[in-house]
Structure formats: C-alpha cells, structure tokens
Design a protein around this ligand. Structure first.
Ligand code: SAM
Ligand code: DTB
Ligand code: SF4
Length: 343
C-alpha cells in the first residue's frame, strides 16, 4: 500500500499564522479504519520494512528529538481520565499544587537545554485554563523561548482567544491528545467528550500553532480500536505535526492500575502504523519507556519513532534516567537534534 502523500511536499513545521488551507498538504490521503487495521496485521517484518521505508523517505533515520517535560501545575484535576494520577477522582497520592513561577520554569528549561533537550513541554492538570491562567502560562512560554528551546504546552481544553495568546507568546506546539478511538473513549473518560477534544484541536490549528496530538495504548482497547485511534489522528486535516504515542503507565489508585500488560510488539506495531499514516510527523515514543526495556525501544526507533521524553520524570511518574538514555542512544548510533522532514 502506498502511504505517502499524493503531493510529496513537507508540512510547514513551525509555520505559525498559516491556516490549514494555506498549507501544502491539502492532498493528504484519507485512511479507513480497515486500511489501518490491515497495516497493524501485516507480518511484523513487512510492517517494520514499510515503516522504515517511509521514515527514510522523509527523515534522517538516525536522528531523535529529546523533549523534556515539566509539570507546571500538578494534580487536583476535575476530569476523570481513567489512566491519570492527577485526577481528583482517584486516590493516587499526587498532591495538588499551584502554577509554577517564571523563574523556576526558566531554570528548569535552562537545565533541560544544558542536558541536550531541544524541546520543552509544560503540562498543567486543568480541565480548561481560565483567561488569567493562559496569560500566566504565556509568560512561561516566553521564558522557555528565551532559552532557545522549542516550547510546547498541554493545559486541557482551550476557549476562544487562548490559542492566539499562546501563539503570540511564541508557543510552537500545543499538545492535546485524542487518546483513544471514539468508540472506546467513553470507557476511559466520562467528564468530557471526543468532540470537546476536536474543538480544542481546531482552535489550536486555526491559530497557527503546530498540533501535537496522539494517544495512549494499553488501556484495554482492541486492535481494531487502536486502528480507530490512528485513523482519527491521520485523518485530521492536516494531520498533527507531532504525534505522541503513550504506553499506559499503571498508577496505583487509578482504575487502570491492574490492567493486563499489552504485548510490547503490539505497541511497536502502533508506532509503525503512526509513522506510515503520518509520514512527515514527529512520532513520539512517549510515556511508558521505563518499563519497556532497551530492545523494545530500539524496535520503536526502527518503526519510525523520532522523539522521546528526556529527563528523569514525565509529569508525575518516572522516565528512564538521562544516563541510561544516553547509553541507549549511543549503542544504537542515534544522534539527537530536531528531526526536520524532507519532501
Ligand atoms: N490535562 C491536560 C489534558 O489531559 O489535556 C494535559 C495533561 S495530560 C497528563 C496529557 C496526556 O498524558 C494525556 O492525554 C495522556 O495521553 C497522557 N497520560 C496521562 N496519564 C498517563 C499514564 N498514566 N500513562 C500514559 N499516558 C498518560
Ligand atoms: C503526552 O502525550 N504524554 C505526556 C505529555 N503528552 C504531556 C504526558 C505523559 C504523562 C504520564 C503520566 C505522568 O507522568 O503523570
Ligand atoms: Fe486531568 Fe489531563 Fe489527567 Fe485527564 S489527563 S485527569 S485532563 S490532567
């Protein structure tokens, strides 16, 4: 199956103020869930070959982005996302905090840059930030941008004008995940619906901020539902510039704490299919690396992942330590930087 664009041109990465109609990827193909499922079901070697082929058509195959995460406002979230340690609905031991100040965030960004990161992602456990929250985060974005790092934020649902305020502060990406297929979503989250997520993504897109949007696997979804998630992401018009694929981190106290393990090769397959269906995106091997092992992570890079979270912590849970990551990247001969797609 030929999964490349009909018009082989790059997306406008970091091209703020462009509306979708101005972007050169208007001819992107539409994926049916059945087509995505057929990819997921390929013999493993065939799937890896196809994903590597697509990856090499558009990216330096040995370059990986390092993105550092910081929880700038932790816990106390009124949403009930069944995987999340920050929800007030679950007793996970995460304490609610206030929004961090500019100086502390600037220092964290400077440390991340000194450690080799090129992107800095700030997460806040809000259902939807208020106007004054967005204005405060805009100051954090300016501080991050002043270090020379790319800035990303994930603050929940945005209202009118919020994406524009963040854009004007210099935000490169806004992260807001679809998280699951539409027909599985209600099993995981009841306090907001799929359309709410799509509405926020549209606001981000229309403001000209690059979209970072992905999902979680290992929640108990079927393979067909993993195909449904990838099809939803790939059919966003245009598809996201940045696609985090999270593996569930099981946190005690959440409803998914005892979820049976997903076959790690199924996770690798999901990464490969994200790469094939969204050839110019940064595909991000996101949460869950700590329990993955080096060999599975190596397969994820073969499958086309070209971004990882780097630093000892995600938002509230652990991540491989930087020495272990440095050693892994060295063993694999991977270089770090900003992967830029070529036509
Ligand atoms: N509160 C904001 C929101 O949900 O839009 C932003 C932060 S939220 C923590 C960002 C994403 O982290 C979620 O959409 C989900 O994909 C991921 N996530 C949260 N908890 C996770 C877990 N236990 N394991 C894996 N991914 C997780
Ligand atoms: C995303 O898709 N994954 C990151 C980032 N976007 C913000 C968050 C992962 C969170 C894992 C659970 C935690 O550490 O609290
Ligand atoms: Fe809140 Fe985001 Fe966690 Fe959902 S994933 S409970 S919205 S912090």
């Amino acid at each position: 199956m030929d999964a490349t664009f009909a018009t082989p041109q790059p997306l406008h990465f970091h091209a703020p103020h462009k509306t979708p109609a101005q972007r050169p990827d208007a001819g992107q193909r539409v994926w049916t869930v059945a087509e995505v499922q057929a990819l997921l079901e390929l013999p493993f070697n065939d799937l890896m070959f196809q994903a590597q082929t697509v990856h090499r058509q558009h990216f330096d195959p040995n370059m990986v982005e390092l993105a550092t995460l910081l929880s700038v406002k932790t816990g106390g979230c009124p949403e009930d996302c069944g995987y999340c340690p920050q929800s007030v609905h679950f007793d996970t031991g995460v304490e609610a905090g206030k929004l961090m100040g500019v100086d502390a965030v600037r220092e964290a960004a400077e440390r991340a840059k000194a450690a080799g990161a090129t992107r800095f992602c700030m997460g806040a456990a809000w259902r939807a930030p208020k106007d004054r929250d967005v204005e405060a985060v805009a100051e954090l974005v300016k501080a991050v941008k002043a270090t020379g790092l790319e800035a990303c934020a994930t603050l929940g649902m945005l209202n009118d004008g919020h994406a524009e305020t963040l854009r004007d502060a210099g935000l490169d990406y806004y992260n807001h995940n679809l998280d699951s297929a539409p027909d599985f979503y209600g099993d995981i989250i009841t306090t907001r619906d799929y359309q709410d997520r799509l509405d926020t993504l549209a606001r981000v897109r229309n403001a000209g901020v690059s979209v970072c949007c992905g999902g979680i696997v290992g929640l108990g979804e079927s393979r067909l539902q993993r195909a449904g998630l990838i099809a939803e992401l790939a059919n966003l018009s245009p598809y996201p510039e940045s696609v985090p694929i999270n593996h569930l981190v099981k946190v005690e106290g959440t409803p998914l704490a005892d979820q049976p393990d997903l076959d790690p090769l199924e996770f690798v397959r999901t990464i490969a299919v994200a790469r094939i269906t969204m050839p110019l995106a940064r595909v991000r091997l996101s949460a869950g690396r700590q329990s993955m092992g080096d060999a599975v992570q190596a397969l994820c890079f073969v499958a086309g992942a070209n971004s990882i979270f780097y630093g000892d912590k995600l938002l509230t849970t652990g991540n491989p330590d930087v020495d272990a990551d440095g050693a892994l990247l060295q063993r694999l001969g991977l270089r770090t930087g900003k992967p830029m797609p070529t036509p």
